[in-house]
Write a protein that binds this ligand. Structure first.
Ligand code: MG
Length: 245
């Protein structure tokens, strides 16, 4: 899974560098395809439920599951890139959100806080922890800012399939310390999504793209993380998470 995770990390780095006003979301997906081929990997996403691309790219008021195409990136919006790779049958899955050109301070702060909520959550993925520690960490980071937190979309277990049990909620209504015990060998994809406005979303007529109902912007960050005897190992970070954990 580390090998798949490194392909994902490299792809997200390459695509992030390419983000700028005027590029299309399909241009970014093509970079993802090149990285998969060069890394001896296949796509987790292509063909999943009929999905036609190797990335999900969600811009502006789109939150997740955007389909790459002719959409041109515009200055001032956030662009979420979600990317999955398979190596020798094992999956890696991660997402970053990149500002397109100059963004407002408000939008940049949403993105910073959402990213921080991911790392706060990843720090809890360790022996002795429980599943709800993850959602509690996300909420603790995001709630004070008043952002919307989607409750219909969660992280997930990951391994031989991209989506395995359990669901990994970004909220913990009953607080931390509840749910499945985290033990060595468990691997999860943790992926908080936050919005500048309300948490209500809809799915567009393409049956994939999730957009905010109020049209306000969203951010989405994700990593695949393994529980080891020494703590969390972030399989989709080039440094395994060392610099952020
Ligand atoms: Mg995922």
């Amino acid at each position: 899974m580390r090998r798949a995770g490194l392909v994902v990390a490299e792809g997200l780095a390459r695509m992030s560098e390419a983000v700028r006003p005027g590029i299309t979301t399909l241009d970014l997906d093509r970079i993802g395809r090149e990285v998969l081929t060069a890394g001896g990997a296949t796509s987790s996403f292509l063909g999943y439920g009929g999905f036609p691309a190797v990335t999900c790219i969600s811009t502006g008021s789109e939150v997740v599951h955007g389909i790459p195409g002719g959409r041109v990136l515009e200055e001032g919006e956030l662009c979420s890139i979600d990317f999955g790779a398979v190596v020798d049958g094992w999956h890696g899955d991660a997402a970053v959100t990149v500002p397109v050109g100059e963004c407002s301070a408000e939008v940049l702060e949403l993105n910073r806080v959402t990213r921080e909520s991911l790392w706060a959550a990843l720090r809890t993925v360790r022996v002795g922890g429980r599943l709800s520690d993850i959602g509690a960490a996300v909420e603790r980071t995001v709630r004070p800012h008043g952002y919307g937190l989607l409750d219909d979309y969660t992280g997930h277990g990951i391994g031989r399939a991209m989506h395995e049990p359990p669901h990994v909620p970004n909220q913990a209504p009953d607080g931390p310390g509840k749910g499945m015990a985290l033990d060595v060998g468990i691997v999860l994809a943790v992926e908080p999504m936050a919005t500048l406005g309300g948490p209500e979303t809809s799915v567009l007529a393409d049956d994939w793209t999730v957009v905010t109902d109020d049209g306000r912007q969203a951010a989405h960050w994700e990593h695949t993380v393994a529980v080891t005897p020494d703590g969390p190992w972030v399989l989709t970070a080039l440094d395994g998470g060392a610099s952020e954990l």
